[in-house]
Design a protein around this ligand. Structure first.
Ligand SMILES: *[C@@H]1O[C@H](CO)[C@@H](O)[C@H](O)[C@H]1NC(C)=O
Ligand SMILES: *[C@@H]1O[C@H](CO)[C@@H](O)[C@H](O)[C@H]1NC(C)=O
Ligand SMILES: *[C@@H]1O[C@H](CO)[C@@H](O)[C@H](O)[C@H]1NC(C)=O
Ligand SMILES: *[C@@H]1O[C@H](CO)[C@@H](O)[C@H](O)[C@H]1NC(C)=O
Ligand SMILES: *[C@@H]1O[C@H](CO)[C@@H](O)[C@H](O)[C@H]1NC(C)=O
Ligand SMILES: *[C@@H]1O[C@H](CO)[C@@H](O)[C@H](O)[C@H]1NC(C)=O
Length: 672
């Protein structure tokens, strides 16, 4: 027994000695003058690092004490990252001695503990960029780090617990240009707290609890992010002469009721007021007065573009007003927006949108009016000349000027799904007129040479008239979910050399008389969820790569179709059809031979014998159909035999009768 124990001990000892890692920590990665000791469970920097390193990454370790010793005296580095450690103590004056240190990342540590000890880190020396995010710092604690940070340019205090920015917060760091206070609980900003920062150009106050800014006066600021606060109003302290440098203003996800009052003389290019509570684009009552004052002063200015009551947005390129409760926007609101490129008014309550005046919004490239209550849409001549993408889905559009979209010379994407439109027959189709006048109550999609993407699903479309898209070389046409749609045989003519994607899904179509093979570039076709009992004919080879025939009434699939599509088809959906097993045997075999991808294979079943459960086509065998053949052949033979027997019986009967009468005749004569 004792001998056995001894043996075990020897064996285990041997094994563990060979498995145990060497005592030395795993080596850091060294690349030229950059060293990464990321995630090595270190309490201090390894002593054997090369001299003269510039960048030292010690993130994701377990440093607690940050001292010259724990840094192994690598105090000449330019960049030091101690992100995600457990630091709660920093040697006083450590950074003052690090003359080359420019970037210091102390994010995600326990520096609140350090601040509670009321010690300071001393001078920050040459540090220009300091990250103190995620340290649980409370109001007032920043002082222990920033008191003496004259070189500091970029500072992040995000994801801490600051509630107030006081006049003193940045007193020791007057060179700051960029400050992030994202994700704190700031409720209060003392008057002048940021005014001491004369070079401040970027301020991120997003995700805090600020509820009002009534006197914005940071005229040097270029980027201001106030997204995700509780702002009810934003107003600038204005002066006729003060020129603001603000370029980007993010006010999204607040509770703003009135259109913000931005600096009169501004350079605003980006303004996001999405997800607020705007009911219109009017400024407040107080602002109204200022507006009147402006009006007077503007009358004296040489340009004088801004109309009464509206602000000057002559540099604005991007405006997002989505997710508000805006009901109307007067055309005059856009007067000064001569450079506007992107306008998003989606998800509001707008009933009518007019752009009528010549040269209005002529730089606009993207206009999103989706999900409003639009009934009325009017685009005048020579307006919206650059418009490329127009989003109108989810509105109540029924009637409009039939030529509305023909007037946009740059239109490429047109989203009209979920409306109530009719498509005009092409002028070549209507015998009554030879000019291009369309009846009211429809929209023309012909003669829009720039249009490539057209979405018309869910419009209650009844007819797709012939030549609906002549001179409109669409790449994509979505006509899905228009139950009862009648597609005229020449409806798609004109798209022969352009159309790539076509969807006719969920239209209750019984029969499609369109020759899809005439569309030379067609690649994706969706005919699913219709009532087709036969596949549209293919007159020649086609380029279709993906064909969706799922959920129809198909019993027999034309083998010829596979032949026509042989060289291009890669994906075929054909599930949820009452397919017959034995009449499609050849088709199924060919599908296999071509190695088609059938994504809905689980639902591709066929009926093998009347009254039996459908079987998955993967389980169909030739024998199943042979045995069916055999049994029917037996029946046939049986029938033939029975018939033969009957005929024979009749013949025999007749013969017998003849013989009998012959035999009787002499006797009758004999009787006579
Ligand atoms: C941290 O360093 C200081 C100064 O060297 C020392 O007094 C203290 O004991 C250290 N604490 C820990 C937890 O190592
Ligand atoms: C400060 O931040 C800006 C913008 O992110 C960056 O371009 C600049 O290089 C940073 N400067 C320093 C010293 O970190
Ligand atoms: C403002 O901050 C939010 C984060 O809260 C960010 O998603 C958004 O992109 C920022 N806005 C700008 C204009 O940078
Ligand atoms: C906007 O203000 C003008 C002038 O006070 C007023 O006539 C108009 O009705 C207001 N519009 C809305 C939508 O409140
Ligand atoms: C408009 O805003 C909505 C909501 O914020 C967004 O989903 C949509 O993508 C935006 N539209 C464009 C064209 O950017
Ligand atoms: C469209 O606007 C015009 C003028 O603003 C108005 O007369 C007409 O009734 C409106 N049509 C619909 C359908 O709302």
């Amino acid at each position: 027994m004792a001998g056995f124990h001894w043996l075990m001990a020897v064996v285990l000892g041997h094994v563990s000695a060979s498995l145990l890692p060497t005592r030395r920590p795993p080596p850091c990665q060294v690349f030229q003058m950059d060293v990464s000791c990321n995630g090595l469970n270190l309490r201090s920097a390894p002593a054997d690092l090369p001299q003269g390193i510039q960048k030292l990454d010690l993130s994701h370790n377990i440093f607690q004490n940050l001292t010259r010793e724990t840094l192994a005296f690598h105090t000449n580095v330019h960049q030091l990252s101690l992100h995600s450690n457990k630091i709660w103590f920093i040697e006083h004056g450590l950074f003052r001695g690090m003359k080359n240190l420019k970037f210091l990342d102390l994010s995600k540590n326990s520096l609140d503990v350090f601040a509670l000890s009321q010690s300071t880190i001393g001078k920050l020396g040459a540090v220009e960029s300091l990250d103190l995010s995620g340290n649980g710092l409370h109001t007032g604690m920043t002082n222990y780090f920033l008191r003496d940070s004259l070189s500091l340019v970029n500072l992040s205090l995000s994801s801490n617990s600051l509630t107030k920015i006081s006049k003193d917060t940045f007193r020791g760091s007057l060179a700051l240009r960029k400050v992030s206070l994202h994700n704190n609980v700031i409720l209060e900003i003392e008057d002048g707290a940021f005014n001491v920062l004369l070079d401040l150009i970027e301020l991120d106050l997003s995700k805090n609890s600020i509820n009002c800014i009534t006197d914005f006066d940071l005229s040097e600021l270029e980027i201001l992010n106030l997204s995700r606060n509780s702002l009810e109003a934003f107003q600038t302290t204005d002066s006729e002469f003060l020129e603001y440098k603000l370029v980007t203003l993010d006010l999204s996800q607040n509770k703003i009721h009135y259109f913000p009052l931005v600096p009169r003389r501004n350079k605003l290019a980006y303004l996001d007021i999405s997800r607020n509570q705007l009911q219109g684009v009017n400024t407040t009552g107080a602002a109204e007065e200022m507006g009147n004052f402006r009006e007077q002063s503007l009358a004296r200015s040489p340009a004088g573009q801004a109309p009464p009551g509206h602000q000057d947005f002559s540099c604005l390129k991007y405006l997002d007003l989505s997710y508000n409760q805006i009901q109307t926007i007067p055309q005059s609101f856009f007067h000064s927006m001569v450079k506007l490129e992107h306008l998003n008014i989606s998800n509001n309550c707008i009933g009518s949108f007019l752009v009528e005046e010549e040269s209005h919004l002529n730089h606009l490239k993207v206009l999103d009016l989706s999900y409003n209550s639009l009934r009325n849409l009017t685009f005048g001549k020579y307006t919206l000349l650059s418009l490329k993408k127009l989003f109108l889905q989810g509105n109540l559009l029924t009637t409009m000027d039939p030529h509305t979209f023909q007037r946009q010379p740059s239109l490429m994407y047109l989203h009209l799904q979920q409306n109530n439109l009719n498509i005009c027959p092409s002028h070549t189709d209507s015998s009554s007129s030879n000019n291009r006048v369309h009846p009211e109550g429809c929209v023309a999609f012909s003669s829009i040479p720039t249009l490539r993407y057209l979405y018309l699903s869910e419009n209650n479309l009844k007819v797709l008239p012939n030549n609906a898209f002549t001179e409109t070389p669409l790449t994509l046409l979505d006509l899905s979910v228009n139950p009862g749609l009648e597609v005229r045989p020449n409806a798609l003519s004109g798209l022969e050399d352009s159309l790539v994607r076509l969807s006719l899904r969920e239209n209750h179509i019984y029969r499609l008389d369109v020759d899809l093979s005439s569309l030379n570039h067609l690649k994706l076709v969706d005919l699913s969820a219709n009532r087709l009992s036969s596949i549209p004919s293919w007159s020649k080879e086609s380029s279709i790569e993906s064909l969706n025939l799922a959920n129809n009434h198909l019993v027999k699939l034309e083998y010829d179709m596979l032949v026509a599509l042989e060289s291009s088809l890669k994906t075929l959906y054909v599930g949820s059809n009452p397919l017959s097993c034995c009449s499609n045997l050849r088709f199924f075999q060919q599908m296999q031979r071509l190695a088609l991808v059938v994504p809905d294979i689980a639902s591709v079943t066929c009926v093998h014998m009347q009254g039996l459960e459908p079987v998955n086509i993967e389980r169909v065998t030739e024998e199943m159909c042979h045995s069916l053949d055999n049994s029917s052949r037996h029946v046939a033979i049986l029938v033939v035999l029975v018939v033969l027997a009957l005929v024979l019986a009749v013949a025999v009967g007749l013969l017998a009768k003849v013989c009998y009468t012959r035999r009787q005749r002499p006797s009758s004569s004999f009787n006579a």
